[in-house]
Design a protein. Structure first.
Length: 442
């Protein structure tokens, strides 16, 4: 492209430097279904393995199809580099493991996807990484939990099920005082929020969701903003300032900028250490499927959010709904964050609580005809689920309360169907929700 573009509709199609396949001139990105790549000679191979130059070595670490996706996701988020991985859960795991080791801690928002809570509270704790939880309603809660072993802050832009927009700039500003990076999960708000513009150092996605959009492939991504100084306080960020013996004593925070000319040690270390050792690689077939979704994500998010606004208005007036949870339906200080951080829409997800409690919620779910009852979010189609018995079922009562889940809570992901059809399906299911009881859904 002859001119740099910053519009998401254009970036999603033309981001990165791919115009056509150099071998065939194919415009569509090919699926490079290969494990290995031919080295030009022994010197070329040695330079690649020693990181003296970058290039394709093995698809566990990089792949040309994935490379196009990575460049476009990085451009969409306003970052400098991106690493794709096998799932959003892998992205969350790698983002933490890339800064923390046994004995370290991360300060995380309480408002998290249930799977992330389980990952943090159970799995990472077994690896010796402590997760300290801060209520994001007051950003200063993050500062209160810092000690000399705190390596990062972690939050979700639009966390479900609470749907309280995270105070990105406020928490990022606190972190910068201590050289602590903010890692933001932007899965539920691509296009409508760009956390890097508000100070986030790293942005992750479950590409499975809104960026993929079609429920056809599982994938994750980690975007390095390039805006964080990993060498400013070597004691705060030891993994980027101490020699890495697995690469001949390289110091990532210094070596990567010198080698690449870009401040992206977070992305490089995640790729050549974590992907190399843990192997959670994204298959090129899945990368191809995500690219198809990425091309229309800006258009879909516009429709998702527009439809959601109509649905919120409808639900607030419905006799069977006792509460509507939405990014703008909180107390003013929280609702104002939606105005500050969300542009072009207030989000595609809605929570509701029903007059009849848990049994009404189950009856509602079973009565939906067009909405799909699935665990996923972010499909083009409309989705619904009862989190307490599914996505958040592994949390205890205290953890459920902290995440905003009640027994009667139902999560709606509003799709891009015609709004009249969405409203009609919701209305008939709500009217049935108060009529009789239903045996518990397994």
């Amino acid at each position: 492209m002859t001119k740099k573009r910053n519009n998401p509709e254009t970036i999603a199609i033309h981001g990165g430097d791919y115009r056509s396949d150099p071998a065939t001139n194919a415009v569509a990105v090919p699926i490079y279904r290969t494990t290995s790549y031919k080295f030009n000679n022994t010197e070329h191979a040695a330079n690649l393995f020693a990181l003296k130059e970058f290039g394709n070595i093995y698809t566990r670490i990089m792949n040309p199809t994935n490379d196009v996706l990575e460049k476009r996701v990085a451009a969409l988020e306003g970052g400098l580099s991106c690493v794709t991985v096998s799932s959003g859960q892998t992205a969350s795991t790698f983002a933490v493991l890339n800064v923390a080791q046994a004995g370290d801690n991360i300060v995380s928002s309480t408002d998290l996807y249930g799977g992330t809570v389980s990952l943090f509270t159970h799995t990472l704790s077994k690896l010796g990484i402590e997760i300290r939880y801060a209520d994001p309603s007051n950003p200063e809660n993050f500062e209160k939990l810092i000690d000399d072993k705190t390596r990062a802050f972690y939050g979700e832009t639009l966390p479900n099920p609470y749907l309280r927009v995270f105070p990105i700039q406020e928490v990022s500003d606190i972190g910068r005082k201590y050289n602590i990076p903010l890692i933001m999960d932007n899965t539920a708000a691509p296009v409508i929020c760009r956390p890097i513009e508000h100070g986030a150092a790293v942005v992750i996605h479950s590409l499975t969701k809104y960026i993929g959009g079609h429920g056809t492939a599982v994938a994750g991504s980690i975007v390095d903003s390039g805006n964080f100084d990993w060498t400013a306080d070597p004691k705060r960020q030891p993994l980027f300032n101490e020699p890495d013996n697995s690469y001949g004593g390289v110091i990532w925070g210094k070596a990567v900028p010198e080698l690449t000319g870009a401040n992206v040690p977070f992305a490089v270390r995640a790729r050549v250490c974590l992907l190399r050792d843990l192997g959670s690689a994204l298959a090129p077939d899945n990368a191809f499927a995500i690219i198809q979704g990425l091309e229309t994500v800006a258009l879909r998010m516009r429709q998702h959010c527009a439809n959601a606004e109509y649905v919120v208005d409808f639900l607030k007036k419905h006799k069977e709904v006792t509460k509507v949870i939405y990014s703008t339906e909180h107390d003013k200080p929280i609702a104002n964050r939606a105005k500050k951080y969300l542009q072009g829409g207030n989000g595609p997800m809605i929570g509701i609580e029903l007059k009849g409690g848990i049994e009404a919620g189950k009856k509602f779910i079973e009565s939906l005809k067009m909405f799909y009852h699935v665990a996923n979010i972010g499909d083009a189609r409309s989705l619904a689920i009862h989190p307490a018995s599914t996505t958040h079922s592994q949390l205890n009562e205290k953890e459920l309360a902290a995440s905003g889940v009640t027994q009667s809570y139902v999560r709606l992901c509003i799709g891009i169907e015609h709004i009249d059809d969405i409203i009609e399906d919701l209305d008939q299911a709500l009217n049935k929700s108060s009529k009789g009881n239903l045996k518990a859904v397994s």
